[in-house]
Ligand binder design. Structure first.
Ligand SMILES: [Zn+2]
Length: 132
């Protein structure tokens, strides 16, 4: 299988090493929104290689959502000419709806930055790969 685009793989929320295994447990449960298996079911890559691994994902989540929300507020105020209170209300609704999405995307992005793609991941099940 050829290497998939980095951003596409991030959005698909697949294991960065083999690009086949799912990063998050399915089906989705509201009580456990970011529940991940301990390791990839396909290539055995650990999804939490060290404690606090996803600490950095918090900053990514903050940056991504801040720019997104800024865009939402800007669109409401400038393009639709809504009042500030209405715009803030719309933002709150959108923020609540996209919260889980950004949480998962930032984790997926973080592990995709840290772990490199390995075309022979399935044969090298006993090793781990990290980008650092
Ligand atoms: Zn994998």
């Amino acid at each position: 299988m050829s290497k998939r685009n980095f951003l596409f793989n991030t959005f698909m929320k697949k294991c960065p090493r083999c690009q086949e295994g799912d990063l998050f447990t399915k089906p989705f449960e509201f009580s456990k929104p970011i529940s991940m298996p301990e390791q990839c079911p396909v290539c055995n890559q650990k999804f939490e290689p060290e404690p606090g691994f996803y600490y950095g994902a918090m900053f990514l989540s903050y940056i991504i959502s801040a720019f997104f929300f800024l865009g939402v507020i800007g669109t409401c105020l400038i393009i639709f000419k809504l009042s500030l209170n209405t715009s803030m209300f719309i933002l709150l609704v959108i923020a609540a709806l996209t919260y889980m999405f950004f949480l998962r995307i930032s984790r997926s992005l973080w592990i995709n930055i840290m772990v490199k793609y390995d075309p022979k991941a399935k044969e090298n099940k006993n090793t781990q790969s990290f980008g650092y």
